[in-house]
Design a binder for this molecule. Sequence first.
Ligand SMILES: Nc1ncnc2c1ncn2[C@@H]1O[C@H](COP(=O)(O)OP(=O)(O)OP(=O)(O)O)[C@@H](O)[C@H]1O
Ligand SMILES: [Mg+2]
Length: 151
Amino acid sequence: MKHYQIYTESAEETEQFAAELAELLQAGDVITLEGDLGAGKTTFTKGLAKGLHIKRVVKSPTFTIIKEYKGRLPLYHMDVYRLQESGEDLGFDEYFEGEGVTVVEWAHLIKEFLPSNRFEITIRRLGEEKREITLEPNGERCKKVCEELFK
Ligand SMILES: Nc1ncnc2c1ncn2[C@@H]1O[C@H](COP(=O)(O)OP(=O)(O)OP(=O)(O)O)[C@@H](O)[C@H]1O
Ligand SMILES: [Mg+2]
């Protein structure tokens, strides 16, 4: 499977990359984020929010699993870390097929519910501020967006 890789040297650079991706997104797009604690998943989500012209500050939803923000498109931010054991379906489809863009931290924990068309992003910590971001587009739409993003 073709994938793309970029390296960032600061949180701002990661946000900038996410914001560029956000500009190309449309309703129904789903982005999954994987990476260890502190890798930068929420930082990436902040960048997506900026790129969608969301004014509110995105915070890690520790006690809420799903948060919604209003922008050029709504952004549904899920952090499913706390679903580890339950594997419960919280009506994810309504978000994935909704009016906005969905971003899911720790997405593998709900993999049976994920749509097959999605942007799979993995962030790896290489140093204090250095990160490797791998993007795997699944499905024609995501592939097209990536070609545009990386041209
Ligand atoms: N290149 C970089 N990209 C992203 N974050 C970076 C980078 N360099 C440093 N950081 C810092 O690393 C931390 C990443 O934290 P963040 O909350 O985004 O991680 P997370 O993957 O969401 O963690 P968690 O699993 O706890 O949700 C932030 O403090 C951020 O400022
Ligand atoms: Mg986080």
